[in-house]
Design a protein around this ligand. Structure first.
Ligand code: AMP
Length: 181
């Protein structure tokens, strides 16, 4: 089982690119954000616990997210995956590295100013409750402090990390990714 991880700041296009890549390379697209939003929609116990957290742009606890992802992966044995939105903390990265060694990371590189505009646009289209200006700022701060170190961890552990320019046309970025993975 091969695991691709799509990595990058909020609004870098992780979901969009992961979706296309899943289709192009016949991978299973696993988005932890989507899994959480489904829990909320289905009003499960976990959903009730995490709803407020998602609305503030903060991360749900490692314990909750690791449990969700492990449960999910247990049911999807041996499928090649693209992980979108996981791992987001060092603890999550170490946990993933324990279970799977065949990991490759695609890092979508883009700057905050470009991404803020994108996220505000997405708020209008998708109506996501965590895409308000205040929450967006918070999500960037959290990304810098908690998620960026994950990339350093992977590099230190000799995981292949590929930088891809995340600014430009969706199709062009996808082509670039397909060339590199
Ligand atoms: P996303 O759709 O990937 O932007 O995720 C939306 C929200 O879900 C995030 O802002 C977090 O509140 C939560 N979330 C998703 N994945 C994780 C994760 N790996 N660790 C902690 N929280 C997460």
């Amino acid at each position: 089982m091969k695991v691709l991880v799509i990595f990058g700041p909020p609004g870098a296009g992780k979901g969009t690119q992961a979706n296309l890549l899943a289709k192009n390379k016949k991978l299973l697209h696993v988005s932890t954000g989507e899994l959480l939003r489904k829990e909320i929609k289905d009003k499960t116990a976990t959903g009730k616990k995490v709803e407020k957290i998602l609305n503030t742009g903060h991360y749900v606890t490692d314990e909750i997210i690791i449990k969700i992802i492990k449960n999910y992966l247990d049911k999807q044995k041996n499928k090649d995956l693209i992980l979108d939105g996981f791992p987001r903390t060092l603890k999550q990265a170490k946990e993933l590295f324990e279970i799977k060694k065949d990991i490759e990371v695609i890092h979508l590189v883009a700057h905050e100013e470009e991404l803020e505009g994108r996220l505000l646009k997405r708020a209008k289209i998708e109506g996501r409750t965590d895409d308000t200006p205040k929450v967006i700022k918070e999500r960037f701060k959290i990304y810098e402090s908690q998620t960026k170190p994950v990339l350093t961890f992977f590099k230190k552990n000799k995981v292949k990390c590929i930088d891809v320019d995340g600014v430009g046309k969706i199709e062009k970025i996808q082509k670039e990714i397909l060339k590199l993975v």
